[in-house]
Ligand binder design. Structure first.
Ligand code: SAM
Ligand code: SF4
Length: 380
């Protein structure tokens, strides 16, 4: 029987670079789009034999901003997959879009080619903050984009928000969430701002120019959001993710449950069986490698059983339901406690972990202090 797999496709183009973002994306590089898509298809073709062993369950077109490129390219990519990989049982196809690049016409095409989930980047509803973080759209633009998405026939819609932004208050965060909830959005990703090295925000932070919320306010932004979203019928199912019944992101569950996934495109990562590999982040290296007929892989790693168990715990604990002891045993043929018992007991006593229905999971306090547990899980 064929194994199920999730496919990630990276589209590294945006209209401009947001000040906080370090995803691999090139602002205003239209001249590269044709070439990139051509080589992306070539890369996918090189994996044709590997892909014979799998049937595709989910596809995620991420970025960058996939809605930045012409819809005919998105169509071409999906057509390649439909024609060449086992595609008859695909359950979910997501595309990331942003308010300034997505249009009703693009959305209609997405719908017609089988895309059934839209992820819209908003970040905050406050226009002043949007401007300060380098977003090129207003809240009004987002509302228009959302309306177009609904009009094009999409129901399964995610909205990305960020908390802990400069000059943001707890009230701002709840207002943003409230606005999104009022629209009836089915899935909300609510990320804590990370100041990524090399970004403009990182520079301003080092120069002491950012008015970031203090740690207590930042945690309050998280806890109040959980309370609010749960009261509005959303399930908090992963550290940063909330969904209405039946609308969890199927694709991301592959990452959190360490199920097989393969990434195509610059900087994408793959995890198949005991092998993990990642593509070049550098545009020219990615293209040159494919021109020479080589896989554009920058590095690879074979994961031994111990490493795999450790990763299984680390990514699995991101899920609010935690990691099932029974599933652990079925996967690794050994009890979770035989490997991690001492660390788990220590953190249960300290109130960071708890056991519920045979699952090990973070407590509310543990969600804030997860790094302490992760560090302890690592081998000496
Ligand atoms: C790759 S972006 C794709 C969405 C689309 N390009 C957009 O920005 O609207 C995915 C999401 O990651 C989040 N993100 C990016 N950089 C972040 C950072 N430094 N800290 C927290 N969240 C971040 C944002 O919420 C963003 O919408
Ligand atoms: S947040 Fe989205 S739009 Fe902004 S630079 Fe990153 S990928 Fe591009």
């Amino acid at each position: 029987m064929l194994k199920k797999i999730a496919i990630y496709i990276h589209i590294p183009f945006c209209s401009s670079k947001c000040y906080y973002c370090d995803f691999i994306s090139f602002p205003n590089m239209d001249n590269r789009v044709h070439q990139y898509v051509r080589y992306l298809l070539k890369e996918m073709d090189m994996y044709k034999d590997v892909m014979k062993e799998y049937k595709i369950d989910t596809i995620f077109l991420g970025g960058g901003t996939p809605s930045y490129i012409d819809q005919k390219h998105v169509e071409g990519i999906l057509k390649y997959i439909y024609d060449n990989y086992n595609s008859s049982e695909i359950k979910e196809i997501t595309i990331e879009v942003n308010p300034e690049t997505v249009t009703y016409d693009k959305l209609k095409v997405y719908k017609s080619i089988g895309i059934n989930r839209i992820s819209l980047g908003l970040q905050t509803t406050k226009d002043k903050i949007l401007k300060e973080i380098g977003r090129r759209h207003t809240f009004e633009d987002f509302l228009k984009a959302y309306e177009a998405t609904r009009k094009a026939g999409f129901e399964n819609i995610n909205v990305d928000l960020i908390f802990g932004l400069p000059n943001q208050t707890v009230e701002d965060c709840i207002n943003s969430l409230d606005a999104v909830v009022t629209l009836g959005v089915k899935h909300i990703s609510y990320y804590s701002l990370i100041i990524e090295e090399g970004t403009l925000m990182d520079k301003w932070h080092r120069e002491g120019k950012l008015n970031l919320p203090d740690e207590d306010s930042e945690r309050q932004m998280y806890h109040e959001a959980i309370k609010f979203l749960e009261s509005m019928g959303y399930k908090h199912y992963e550290i940063s993710n909330f969904a209405k019944e039946g609308f969890k992101c199927r694709h991301n569950l592959y990452y959190w449950k360490l199920e097989p996934y393969i990434g195509f495109g610059i900087s994408s990562h793959s995890n198949i069986g005991y092998k993990r590999f990642w593509n070049y982040k550098d545009y020219n290296k990615y293209i040159n490698s494919l021109q020479m007929g080589h896989f554009p892989v920058e590095g690879e790693e074979y994961i031994d059983e111990n490493m795999k168990m450790l990763e299984y715990m680390i990514v699995g604990l991101r899920l609010i339901e935690g990691v099932s002891k029974e599933e652990f045993k079925n996967t690794f043929k050994i009890e979770m406690d035989d490997i991690f018992g001492l660390v788990l007991d220590k953190h249960k006593k300290q109130g960071l972990l708890t056991e519920e229905n045979g699952n090990i999971k973070f407590t509310k306090k543990g969600l804030d202090l997860s790094n302490i547990v992760y560090v302890d899980l690592l081998p000496d």
